[in-house]
Ligand binder design. Sequence first.
Ligand SMILES: Nc1ncnc2c1ncn2[C@@H]1O[C@H](COP(=O)(O)OP(=O)(O)OP(=O)(O)O)[C@@H](O)[C@H]1O
Ligand SMILES: [Mg+2]
Length: 235
Amino acid sequence: MTSAVVIKGMKVVRDGKILIPKLDLEVPRGKVMGLLGPSGSGKTTIFRSIVGVQAISEGSIQVLGIEAGTIGLRNKIGYLTQSASIYSDLTCEENLKYFSRILGTTEISVNEIIELVDLGANRKQLASTLSGGERARVALATALLGSPELLILDEPTVGLDPLLRIDLWKLFHRLAQQGKTLLISSHVMDEADRCDHLTLLREGKVLASGTPTELKTQTNSSEMEDVFINLVGAK
Ligand SMILES: Nc1ncnc2c1ncn2[C@@H]1O[C@H](COP(=O)(O)OP(=O)(O)OP(=O)(O)O)[C@@H](O)[C@H]1O
Ligand SMILES: [Mg+2]
């Protein structure tokens, strides 16, 4: 099986509004795939559907070969929600131990994950006193607990400084090299270049899919920024 997620003909309706009319999407295994699109284009809605917390009206979603929402997938998916939730009155380590206990993972993995996201120096620090970037890394660490095969990260680098963003993208690629599949949303086009594969989204529809190089070639663009503009202009 080469795709970690296969979405076919998915329609999502909420409060009588069609948010996603008909979506086909495949997420290749062991790669970093980016889902890019402006605010309101449906990125979070798609993620919620894959994770199984958003009902779909039509179509199908297979995740790691099983229907989305199936209980057996729970420990195989790490989901970092857009408004990352960690407890301010717990330390970095306590947050991870708490989530780890819920997931039933061992404390050894908490230590490994703290090192992985480079929070060793902040281990005993209360989350309320962490910087924005450190908090983001604690939240990311919670998604890594239990070593899930598929990581779904909703705008994991938003609000972070450029150096930290580069570090996180390195981490994403390291995880992919270990065989994990990463699906990452962003609306920052310069991050698109860092993805192995990209899907550009607009108003719940796929505008284009491919590697960054393929998309630049297809649209005669030298910069990723122009790809989106040229695609929208061509419609
Ligand atoms: N509960 C809801 N009822 C009606 N419409 C909704 C609901 N939740 C989201 N929407 C609409 O669905 C559309 C897609 O929203 P979604 O959150 O998936 O976009 P997004 O691409 O993640 O945006 P952002 O980049 O701002 O996070 C938006 O137009 C939003 O207003
Ligand atoms: Mg969103």
